[in-house]
Design a protein around this ligand. Structure first.
Ligand SMILES: C[S@@+](CC[C@H](N)C(=O)[O-])C[C@H]1O[C@@H](n2cnc3c(N)ncnc32)[C@H](O)[C@@H]1O
Length: 192
């Protein structure tokens, strides 16, 4: 088995990658993680999805490709240029709502709502406001994060933040989790 072969990527990906490279975006989610997101998304019919950190829409495209027609996805980023790429390639999908906002403000504005799947790929809901993000999950809901293994672009002091996040999640009695030292390092966290 070769986990990189026959990924069968969504049709929009080639165009999003081309535009992302052209604008110098360097924080894109990698294909293996995105493939896992799509597979997990397909296990949740008629579900509410939340993505924190849309970037240029790479992970967004894979999530949408796994979701069924009755599901919806809300995604947020604060970078208008990246969101323009996302909207160019994915904006016609009626299941998608795109917010250009500060992640912390957006996350706070969602309190009281419930989601079945959260991909937390920015500071908000991961290194900040973790409790607020986890509080949004329905029972059986999944919280997914990546970039948990050392990455070349980690700033000074980031490894300590990662270790603290892992320890915090491990201590939550109301969740079950699995750590995957695969791809960029993934954690799958489900609400009991
Ligand atoms: C790891 S990247 C997201 C990658 C994306 N999920 C993908 O598939 O390529 C993190 C994103 O967080 C966004 N970001 C950084 N600070 C933010 C903030 N305060 N509010 C909202 N988004 C923010 C960046 O613009 C960047 O697109």
């Amino acid at each position: 088995m070769n986990d990189l072969s026959n990924l069968n990527e969504p049709a929009a990906i080639a165009g999003i990658w081309a535009d992302s490279r052209a604008c110098g975006f360097t924080m894109a989610s990698e294909p293996l993680t995105c493939s896992l997101l799509r597979t997990l998304a397909a296990t949740k019919p008629a579900a509410r999805f939340l993505e924190l950190g849309s970037g240029s829409g790479l992970s967004t495209a894979w999530l949408l490709d796994g979701m069924d027609a009755a599901s919806s996805l809300s995604t947020v980023d604060n970078d208008e240029a990246l969101l323009a790429i996302l909207k160019k390639h994915l904006g016609a999908d009626p299941r998608l709502t795109v917010a250009c906002a500060d992640g912390d403000d957006f996350l706070r504005s969602l309190q009281g709502q419930r989601f079945d799947f959260i991909f937390a790929d920015t500071w908000a809901g991961k290194y900040r406001l973790l409790d607020e993000a986890l509080a949004l999950l329905n029972p059986g809901g999944l919280y997914v994060i990546d970039d948990m293994l050392p990455q070349p672009n980690w700033p000074e002091g980031h490894a300590e933040k990662v270790a603290h996040l892992v320890a915090t999640l491990e201590q939550r009695e109301d969740f079950r989790l699995t750590k995957l030292s695969w791809a960029s390092g993934v954690m799958l966290v489900s609400r009991r």
